[in-house]
Design a binder for this molecule. Structure first.
Ligand SMILES: O=C(O)[C@H](O)COP(=O)(O)O
Length: 238
């Protein structure tokens, strides 16, 4: 049975500092490294051994992927990196403190920017210290100035369809080590979550989400391996 394991990176330095991160390449904290290793141990304990892995081009996801695969003794499998699995771009909010931003703009507005489907944050100004358009890892790509979840899904989905789905259709166990919102995009697509319901889907750091799929890649079961740190999952259509 095709098995997908979604793993959000472990706690990052800016998760700890409660700052909007998006495409900024912050690293894991010591706690985040431990979460990634624990994720790999849980996979191994339950015999969930990935055949292949996909990750973004951001250090926190790459290192999470490597630490989890090391812990599961699967560091030899093929790993493919692609910017389309990056975190959603947080635009002009990048680097700001989340609590302070809520104080300035109101909780509701910040919830809309963080969790709504199609309202992007204000764009990042060109030339800002967080402008990554000159970063060599994005050569040939158009670096966005901001992204809603909808825009994130629009760049994740073609990659899902062309690169990841074929491996699942070949009946493989596939690990995708990525980010809160690129993974929410995949969950929205797989579970056919309505635009106004995706606001309720949160993905915890470093907790493998195992989704068994049928031959048409529709979910038949879904569970977090660390039950104590699980979050509610969307319903599986009958
Ligand atoms: O980019 C970020 O700040 C986080 O990785 C995800 O943030 P969120 O919880 O606001 O979506």
């Amino acid at each position: 049975m095709p098995t997908l394991i979604l793993l959000r990176h472990g706690q990052s330095q800016w998760n700890l500092e409660n700052r909007f991160t998006g495409w900024v390449d912050v690293d894991l904290t010591t706690e985040g490294e431990a979460q990634a290793r624990r994720g790999g141990e849980l996979m191994a304990e339950q015999g969930l051994l990935p055949d292949e892995a996909f990750t973004s081009v951001q250090t926190r996801a790459i290192r999470t992927c490597n630490l989890a695969l090391d812990a599961a003794r699967r560091s030899w499998i093929p790993v493919t990196k692609d910017w389309r699995l990056n975190e959603r771009h947080y635009g002009g909010l990048t680097g700001l403190d989340k609590t302070e931003t809520a104080r300035l703009h109101g909780e509701e507005q910040v919830k809309v920017w963080r969790r709504s489907y199609d309202t992007p944050p204000p764009p990042l100004e060109a030339g800002s210290e967080h402008d990554l358009s000159g970063d060599p890892r994005y050569a040939g790509a158009t670096v966005p100035a901001t992204e809603s979840l909808k825009l994130t899904l629009e760049r994740v989905l073609p990659y899902w369809t062309s690169a990841i789905a074929p491996r699942l259709k070949a009946d493989k166990t596939v690990l995708v080590a990525a980010h809160g919102n690129s993974l929410r995009a995949i969950v929205k697509h797989l579970f056919q979550v309505a635009d106004d319901r995706i606001v309720g889907v949160e993905i915890p750091t470093g907790n493998p989400l195992v989704i068994e799929l049928n031959a048409d890649l529709q979910p038949v079961s879904a569970r977090y391996l660390d039950e104590g740190r699980a979050q509610a999952l969307p319903e599986i259509a009958a």
